[in-house]
Design a protein around this ligand. Structure first.
Ligand SMILES: [Zn+2]
Length: 400
């Protein structure tokens, strides 16, 4: 009876989730709030449990009494804006056989994509390889979404964990928006890195850079999705690519960086002032009431050889961002090369040295750099910088 009740509830929640506006869930309008709502709506008398709830992940399931395996597992990965970027649902095999369950789901997705692709490497789930993964591409809410449909078979061990007693079988569905190259963001807070006019206001590179350092998941969404997806498919990997300490900067450094922003005083009071101090538990980095913005100094000078720009000192030692530009060489460079060069120098300003943090900090300069070069190199650098700076510090992941 209980089983039937759970199945009924499950069907209800599933139906409301999937068929309100469309037959498949959508990412752009789907937030952590909605996921919690669905979870809450499941009812108190059903043993649904939260398996994990963090800034970037929410996972829930129902737990059959006396059994540690979670047959239905729902996992949602979120970006910095609280939107779903990767969704996983594991359906257990109940009375129907596995192939029947798989076919049922397959029919659902074939309505949207008549040319599914069979993947050679379907990934893994709970340390077990997925079987016969089919990839569908569906379009919903002006967005292309990839769906991976797989059969999975997870071994059931004895109490000591030494013997396989049988298998739990089920169907796993993974959904994630298709990455678009246009997701690379070069135009933000009124600053367009691709614009020729950028050469007349070098400080705009600095402001954009500071935003990126503080909001990497927002500005590098494509890479964040790929990282979350990789982690989901490789739960045992030591890399943990989407880890919090790689994608978010700690409180102390965030505050130091905010001092270079135009709207520092307002922001500083809002995020780190007395009121904020009472709301959140961190006990450092409170703004003094007379705090003044830190200096960004841009100097123009002819530089030797092929040097286009140069950073002097860094914010931790000199208390300022100081960049020297060779204006003629800078003007002759392409907009993407200008951005690449500026990012290199700005990371020097944050104390990053040559040879650290990937291609961005190589000690030589190429003839040209594409926007993709800039995007890839700056993603690697931001993750490396955060990881390096966050060592032993409280990471700032909560929206405050
Ligand atoms: Zn350098």
């Amino acid at each position: 009876m209980k089983k039937l009740w759970i199945a009924l509830l499950f069907t209800l929640c599933f139906t409301s989730l999937f068929s309100q506006n469309d037959k498949v869930p959508f990412f752009e309008e789907f937030s952590k709030k909605d996921v919690f709502k669905i979870y809450k709506g499941l009812g108190d008398d059903v043993p649904w449990v939260i398996l994990e709830s963090s800034k970037n992940k929410f996972q829930f399931s129902y737990e059959p009494i006396g059994n540690t395996f979670k047959p239905f597992v729902f996992t949602y990965h979120f970006n910095n804006d609280d939107k779903v970027i990767l969704e996983e649902i594991l359906y257990p095999k109940n009375s129907n056989d596995l192939q029947q369950l798989f076919n049922k789901e397959k029919i659902k997705y074939e309505e949207f994509d008549s040319n599914p692709e069979v993947l050679k490497d379907g990934g893994t789930f709970m340390n077990s390889p997925l079987i016969g993964t089919i990839k569908y591409t569906i379009s919903t809410h002006n967005q292309n979404t990839n769906v991976h449909l797989s059969k999975c078979r997870v071994p059931k061990y004895n109490k000591k964990g030494t013997k396989i007693r049988g298998y739990y079988e089920g169907v796993l569905i993974r959904k994630y928006p298709q990455s678009k190259t246009s997701l690379m963001i070069t135009d933000f807070v009124g600053i367009d890195l691709k614009s020729e006019d950028m050469i007349y206001d070098i400080k705009n590179y600095v402001y954009f850079f500071l935003h990126q350092i503080q909001n990497p998941t927002l500005l590098h969404i494509r890479q964040f999705i790929l990282d979350a997806e990789y982690d989901a498919q490789n739960p045992n990997s030591y890399e943990n690519k989407s880890a919090t300490n790689k994608w978010y900067l700690n409180y102390e450094d965030t505050h130091t960086i905010k001092k270079y922003e135009l709207n520092h005083i307002r922001n500083c009071e809002y995020y780190f002032g007395d009121k904020a101090f009472k709301k959140i538990e961190h006990k450092q980095s409170v703004c003094p009431s007379n705090s003044i913005p830190k200096e960004i100094k841009i100097e123009y000078r002819n530089l030797d050889d092929d040097a286009i720009a140069m950073a002097i000192g860094n914010i931790f030692e000199n208390d300022m961002i100081h960049i020297v530009i060779d204006s003629r060489k800078f003007k002759n460079a392409s907009p993407s090369k200008r951005a690449f060069v500026m990012w290199h120098e700005l990371y020097h300003s944050l104390g990053v040295k040559h040879g650290e943090c990937g291609p961005l900090m190589f000690p030589y300069i190429e003839k040209n750099y594409t926007w993709a070069d800039w995007d890839n190199a700056s993603t690697e650098a931001v993750k490396c910088f955060n990881e390096k700076r966050n060592y032993g510090k409280k990471v700032s992941v909560e929206k405050i």
